[in-house]
Design a protein around this ligand. Structure first.
Ligand code: ADP
Length: 408
């Protein structure tokens, strides 16, 4: 019995959920945004209540203190010591972390070292972990890696076809991302289909601001669209996804304000994708409004987005040499029926058929017709719950070890 915090600390935001474990009930959740800027915002939700507040938060340390005070203030905890575990989402685990770990000084140093693979996230992650370890010394700190689920990819899937010495000497390879989400929805898909996961060929489409497609065979990730960093793969809200790398050199040499690799990478990460083509927005809801009012570039961005998703899904059906079910998850995958409809219509040759009624209802479950050869599922992702479960597993292990030592 205990309360577990599931934390996702980014470069300027901190998202959290407080769970009662092992019951897995969500006690409260919230988000701090624009940390370190003039006006930070704090949103908290619990038991049907929603509160928001604005104040300057200078850094993650102050943010964590404010979070804990807020939990006390609303009576969600009476004492900091009620929080017995904190699970942290860590974006890059490199080749070192193939599963979740209990964080100590050594692990923290290794996570910092891996920051070169995801500089935006991995520097913010340890700062958040350190702040919680300092303020909640009694709570078990656990790091859960976004890349871990993809550690089953074979060399032929994760290597880039560049001289192999760059992998051997610099670890340049595909690591993928959104692993916690792909893992969670694939497990649930097997339950919903009432079939053992080890006999299923699945393609999972996590489509949110960031988007990635994963080929899952027998419950393990065999390939995924994101790469060394989360810039690769399909087109996203602000990220280009795959492009010819020669574009980078051409931009550096020909566009005055993009005269170095960092400036181009910033353009590809933050100003491209749906935002770059529409010139309006990175948000799918706003894009849909613009399309409805006849905006041509918004429509073009949408069409490009759909085609790139279709191409990756089809590619993975080929790689798996078959598919039992396609899973849609994350903000767009869970909520945008038109995106689902357009993708499935474009893949009907593979034997996928969507039920318009089920699709519009946006049911958590199967949305394909009874005749459809391939099942299509919508499954809301829950990375926070997976993180809380990982913490709970370590807590139980720790408890059992301590208990058995006590008896011996
Ligand atoms: P991330 O976690 O990567 O920031 P999310 O998974 O929250 O992103 O997804 C955000 C995206 O989901 C946005 O493009 C948003 O417009 C889209 N989205 C959320 N709700 C809806 C909806 N009801 N209809 C269409 N798109 C939606």
């Amino acid at each position: 019995m205990g309360k577990t915090l599931s934390v996702n600390s980014g470069s300027s935001s901190l998202k959290w959920q407080l769970f009662q474990m092992p019951e897995e009930t969500v006690i409260a959740k919230g988000i701090f945004e624009r940390i370190g800027q003039e006006q930070s915002t704090m949103k908290v939700e619990f038991a049907g209540e929603k509160h928001s507040n604005e104040q300057k938060i200078i850094d993650v340390q102050q943010c964590v203190l404010l979070l804990l005070d807020t939990l006390i203030h609303y009576g969600l905890i009476n004492d900091f010591r009620e929080i017995t575990g904190v699970g942290h989402r860590v974006v890059a685990g490199g080749e070192l972390f193939k599963a979740s770990v209990i964080v100590d000084e050594k692990v923290l140093g290794e996570i910092k070292e891996l920051a070169r693979l995801a500089p935006l996230h991995n520097l913010a992650n340890p700062a958040g972990i350190e702040a919680f370890m300092k303020l909640l010394p009694q709570a078990l700190p656990v790091a859960v890696f976004d890349t871990a689920f993809h550690s089953t990819m074979s060399e032929k899937a994760f290597l880039y076809p560049i001289p192999k010495k760059y992998y051997d000497e610099y670890s340049i390879r595909k690591y993928g991302a959104h692993g916690t989400s792909h893992y969670y929805v694939s497990q649930l898909a097997a339950e919903m289909l009432n079939r053992p996961i080890d006999e299923l060929k699945l393609v999972s489409a996590h489509i949110g601001n960031g988007a990635s497609i994963t080929a899952i065979d027998g419950g393990t990730s065999v390939d995924t669209s994101m790469g060394l960093t989360p810039l690769a793969g399909v087109m996203m809200g602000t990220r280009s996804g795959d492009i010819d790398p020669s574009v980078i050199q051409y931009l550096i040499e020909n566009v005055a304000h993009l005269n170095n690799a960092a400036a181009v990478l910033d353009e590809l990460n933050n100003k491209s994708g749906i935002l770059g083509i529409s010139g309006l927005t990175s948000d799918m809801r706003d894009l849909n409004d613009a399309r409805a009012s006849g905006d041509k570039n918004a429509q073009l961005a949408y069409d490009m987005f759909i085609d790139r998703l279709k191409k990756y899904i089809a590619q993975y059906i080929g790689l798996l040499n078959g598919i039992d079910a396609l899973i849609f998850t994350a903000g767009i995958g869970e909520n945008d029926e038109a995106v689902r409809q357009d993708i499935i219509e474009g893949l009907s040759w593979f034997g996928m058929e969507i039920s318009p009624e089920l699709n519009i209802r946006g049911a958590n479950g199967i949305i394909s017709t009874a005749q459809s050869k391939v099942k299509v599922l919508v499954i809301p992702t829950n990375e926070e719950l997976v993180i809380a479960r990982e913490v709970e597993t370590f807590r139980q292990l720790w408890f059992n070890q301590t208990f058995s030592k006590g008896i011996a």
